[in-house]
Design a protein around this ligand. Structure first.
Ligand code: AMP
Length: 397
């Protein structure tokens, strides 16, 4: 039966892949091609619990997809079960409010959004072309990180700068992590059937982090902006700050705008404050061993997350649910506790034992009995969402 979707997430120097079958419920194999474009590129396949790493002699996205094709030729049963390919696309601009079957017009639309995501969208287009080349005739679907937030009102998405920048250059808030938020919204509706008529706050906290308010099932505000730099403090990104800092940093270091922006994107956040790591786990271990700066970095992360949750909540009538997701949101009971402590004015209260005992990889309900808001830990699954979109669009062909 043809029911498998190859999910491809093509970054500028990496290509993640997974083959999902049985309505996306089973992962047949998955892997990553890393450091593409360098001399050290590798491709790793994870199949039946075993990892197999190979060095790539030709370090390109094209070769990575060819390796997947060659691997599939040795696993003909999986190859023959493929019904299509789903691509994660970072930026769909205002053109794509939902997932679409890919044709030339869609590729042109993704290309037109490239100025807003110059590192990502060209890599996605490359991934699509290469996949078309190696899997001719298989339908392909594009799923956009930005689509879910196309329901924001003008008051929320416009920046208070001269309107000509929006009119002529489409400079506005777009928001990201939309595939994750859509998945969480659907999962929550299964757990709390009324939630699609309620107010929901979601904190997607990973190396990249953002918040989203979901009003009656639709995104009403989100913390990321025209790029994923706005909003929360993240692993290496500063998040929001006074824009004047950019020129101050340029002058202090005598560097270009790009170099200063690079500092805000790659050397700031948890890494910049701790001067140790961008990784939450490493910082939590350091904090337990008495590293004050690791604790400061984590506490700043929590305080700023709470601030954005409160800010995005202004688009809701009530805060009925708060969901934590992403690598940090799903696993760090410490950060969940500090974030909720900061939200005490909203009567959002955790149960300490439920929070500490939340089982990794499982849905947990962690609110105290007298909390005004239900609090959840829900593992996200963007690959599944991409596969489900692909199945639904391909079945409609
Ligand atoms: P993501 O980008 O969603 O994959 O999340 C990556 C982040 O999740 C990193 O900062 C990890 O340190 C963090 N993370 C993963 N597992 C844990 C854990 N058990 N405790 C704390 N943080 C974790």
């Amino acid at each position: 039966m043809k029911d498998s979707i190859l999910v491809i997430n093509c970054g500028s120097s990496s290509l993640k892949f997974a083959m999902l079958a049985n309505s996306g419920q089973d992962t047949l194999f998955e892997g990553i091609a890393d450091q593409l474009g360098s001399d050290n590129s590798t491709i790793t396949f994870k199949y039946q619990g075993q990892k197999e790493l190979t060095h790539l002699t030709v370090s390109s996205h094209e070769n990575a997809v060819e390796q997947i094709k060659l691997w599939l030729d040795q696993h003909a049963d999986i190859r023959d079960s493929m019904m299509g390919i789903g691509h994660r696309i970072v930026h769909g601009g205002e053109t794509f409010g939902q997932s679409v079957l890919i044709d030339e017009e869609v590729i042109n639309g993704i290309r037109e959004c490239s100025s807003l995501a110059p590192l990502h969208n060209p890599a996605h287009i490359q991934g699509i072309h290469v996949a078309m080349n190696f899997f001719p005739g298989l339908p392909q679907v594009a799923v956009f990180d930005t689509s879910f937030h196309q329901t924001l009102s003008q008051e929320q998405y416009l920046y208070p700068i001269p309107m000509e920048f929006y009119r002529e250059h489409h400079f506005r808030k777009y928001g990201f992590h939309g595939t994750s938020y859509r998945y969480i919204s659907q999962q929550l509706a299964k757990l709390a059937p009324n939630s699609d008529q309620q107010g929901v706050l979601v904190a997607h906290l990973g190396n990249g982090a953002s918040t989203c308010a979901i009003h009656h099932g639709l995104s009403s505000d989100t913390s990321m902006g025209i790029t994923p730099l706005e909003g929360l403090m993240m692993g290496t990104r500063s998040g929001s700050l006074d824009p004047s800092l950019l020129t101050f940093i340029m002058q202090a270091k005598n560097i270009s705008a790009e170099e200063a922006l690079n500092i805000l994107n790659k050397q700031s956040g948890l890494l910049g404050i701790s001067e140790l790591s961008n990784d939450c786990r490493t910082l939590e271990d350091a904090m337990v061993s008495g590293d004050e700066r690791a604790k400061l970095a984590l506490d700043m992360f929590a305080v700023r997350t709470a601030k954005y949750l409160a800010s995005t909540a202004t688009t809701l009538e009530s805060i009925d649910h708060l969901v934590f997701t992403g690598g940090i949101g799903e696993n760090s009971s410490y950060l969940r506790q500090v974030i909720c402590q900061q939200l005490r004015a909203f009567n959002i209260k955790l149960d300490a034992a439920l929070n500490d005992n939340a089982t990794r990889g499982k849905v947990s309900r962690i609110a105290a009995a007298d909390s005004a808001t239900q609090i959840w830990v829900i593992p996200t699954n963007e690959e599944l969402m991409i596969a489900l979109d692909a199945i639904s669009l391909i079945q409609g062909l």
